[in-house]
Design a protein around this ligand. Structure first.
Ligand code: GBH
Length: 590
């Protein structure tokens, strides 16, 4: 493989090692082809290269640098949750028409229900929550590089080095959700723990770790749901061939999936292959231009990434089925309802293009016909990205449910010059989508209440949820729709200093309450919604917003690592006590 000159020079400063360690050694570069023979001078200095072998620690040191460690660095046993922590916030006033189990402010609507079998729970992702960055043979991922080296990206240089330290505290974390009666926990596996270099030798310590996470869930009556890829690409795969930009990723993802499926098999009720390919492809590589080892122009990169993501997902789905895995398998799409800003034809056209270039990009191939929506197809075919008939049948039908991360909604409208003009001008900043969006409606009002300043993209637009769910059902027929993430940042939460203030997150409670009522309305109107997962089990690393944007239903004290339930967690659970046909069963282990 070829490496850029920069990297060769960097390596030259290192002590060379005859590395041979438990996770295997890697040949980082090969002799470049030189233009000279017979010992005559080489015309191109960048052709000089050194074959070099780096062990895992050296690889970390070269690309990431020093990594922080936590004071707690062995697995902690769970202790029973004191009943004093399980006292929900009192009603703010007593309803005049009490009926059934009462939650603050609202009486029960007897005609709504979450049908038996409806799954609900809380979610997280490995890099955002685990910490223990170098523990037990974990290899670096692209996110370790971003947070350590591209620090202009992240607020206050926050990293996932220690995070919530869930790598060691998972037993208590699972006990805490079980104590409230939460029946499902959705987390992701870190690919670079299982394969420190993304491929090659497998790290048994990591496999044993997730074994115990899964078994601990089951021991507490919590069903584990696993995402294989939540953005933390093993760095080596990025460095070797550009990660998702190369079709080499498909086989490497498949080998990783195979190890995970064989190891955890039917202990996992739901599998998600990829989290939000729209995000990790659209912003790809993030930060733009950081990884330069690829020659694909930046504006084309999202579509190469998406192409390979679809093939990787579909292959993993087929593999799981061939292995007899009986859990539900899907990928997590993401987005929100798209409302045309005006009733003009051009805004309608722009809105349709927005569906096509977002949800439809991945949903059409998987749920409709194995291929891109026509407007997107017109564009990607100019990049040489076309699925063969064989690939179309590989992709078509590879999700058991439609899993959607749906936080908010926006208005959509045509570019100033109109859709048609934009499409003929590739230097229009909105090209090739040629649609525009806003969280401000036609009368100048925001679509819903604002969340925290660290998530300006998020408003409480829950009234649009029933229409959105109906649209998904009608457009992309599936075995049912799951809201695989939804959640809220409480305004100014990070400025609060009193724990009581932090825990009294009533606008998050309102978000969950309103959202779930909208889901109940959709269900009562015949939309097949099969489950939902709140983001997030606790405050965590919100990517480039660091620890400032807080999505947790539990507060985390980042000095003591203590967790506390916020009011919204009780509200979330209450809604299922009120409306779920299946009982909510808190598990105490005293
Ligand atoms: C989810 O994405 C992620 O899966 C999860 O990891 C994350 O913690 C959670 O959302 C909360 O954000 O800053 O204006 O450029 C949800 C979709 C896509 C929403 C990127 C925020 C950034 C908008 N996200 N988007 S902006």
């Amino acid at each position: 493989m070829k490496l850029s000159l920069n990297i060769c020079l960097l390596i030259a400063g290192l002590t060379l090692a005859a590395a041979s360690n438990s996770t295997g050694s890697l040949l980082l570069t090969e002799n470049a082809t030189t233009t000279a023979n017979n010992g005559s001078p080489v015309a191109n200095p960048s052709a000089f290269a050194t074959p070099i072998t780096l062990d895992l620690k050296q690889y970390w040191d070269l690309f990431v640098g020093p990594v922080q460690t936590a004071t707690i660095n062995t697995t902690v046993e769970a202790t029973p949750i004191p009943t004093s922590e399980l006292v929900p916030p009192p009603p703010l006033y007593y309803s005049a028409f009490p009926s059934g189990y009462q939650s603050p402010l609202v009486s029960m609507n007897e005609s709504w229900k979450f049908p038996s079998g409806f799954f609900w729970g809380v979610s997280s992702a490995a890099y955002q929550i685990e910490g223990a960055a170098q523990a037990e043979g974990r290899g670096p991922s692209i996110w370790d590089v971003f947070t350590h080296r591209a620090t202009y990206l992240t607020v206050s240089n926050d990293t996932g080095d220690v995070g919530d330290n869930q790598y060691y505290l998972y037993k208590q974390d699972i006990a805490r959700i079980a104590a409230l009666g939460v029946p499902y926990y959705s987390f992701s596996i870190s690919w670079s723990r299982i394969f420190p270099f993304g491929k090659g030798p497998v790290n048994e310590l990591a496999l044993a770790h997730y074994d115990d996470v899964i078994n601990t869930c089951l021991q507490y009556g919590v069903k584990p749901m696993v995402t294989l890829y939540h953005w933390d690409l093993p760095l080596f795969l990025q460095n070797s061939y550009g990660g998702w930009l190369s079709d080499e990723i498909v086989d490497d993802f498949l080998s990783y999936a195979k190890v995970v499926f064989s190891r955890y098999g039917n202990r996992v009720s739901h599998w998600f292959t990829l989290n939000e390919p729209i995000e990790f492809c659209q912003e790809y590589p993030m930060p733009k231009g950081y990884f330069t080892a690829v020659t694909i122009p930046p504006e084309a990169q999202p579509f190469f990434c998406g192409h390979h993501a679809l093939l990787a997902h579909a292959s993993a789905y087929r593999l799981a089925k061939s292995m007899g895995i009986n859990g539900t398998i899907s990928f997590k799409n993401n987005g929100g309802y798209k409302i045309p800003l005006t009733n003009s034809t051009d805004d309608a056209l722009a809105t349709q293009r927005a569906w096509d270039f977002n949800e439809g990009w991945f949903a059409n191939p998987v749920f409709v016909n194995g291929d891109y929506p026509q407007s997107l197809k017109d564009h990607v075919s100019t990049l040489g990205l076309e699925f063969t008939n064989e690939q179309k049948s590989l992709i078509n039908g590879t999700a058991d449910i439609f899993a959607h991360d749906a936080y908010t909604s926006y208005f959509y409208f045509a570019p100033d010059v109109g859709v048609a003009d934009c499409l003929t001008n590739s230097s229009n900043p909105l090209y090739p989508g040629c649609y525009n969006s806003s969280n401000t409606g036609p009368t100048g009002w925001l679509i819903g209440a604002a969340s925290d300043m660290y998530s300006p993209w998020l408003q409480r637009a829950t009234d649009w949820v029933p229409a959105f769910l109906r649209y998904i059902q009608d457009t992309w027929p599936s075995g049912g729709i799951a809201i695989s993430e939804f959640g809220w940042t409480e305004p100014y939460e990070e400025l609060r200093t009193l724990k009581e203030d932090i825990l009294s997150d009533y606008t998050r409670s309102a978000y969950f309450r309103n959202y779930l009522e909208s889901v109940l309305i959709a269900i009562s109107e015949g939309v097949n919604v099969v489950g939902c997962l709140a983001w997030s089990i606790m405050d965590n690393l919100e990517w480039t917003s660091g620890y400032h944007a807080k999505f947790g239903m539990q507060y985390v004290n980042f000095t003591t690592y203590e967790r506390n339930y916020k009011a919204s967690f009780f509200e979330y659970v209450n809604t299922f006590k009120l409306y779920a046909e299946d009982p909510v069963t808190p598990i105490f282990v005293e």
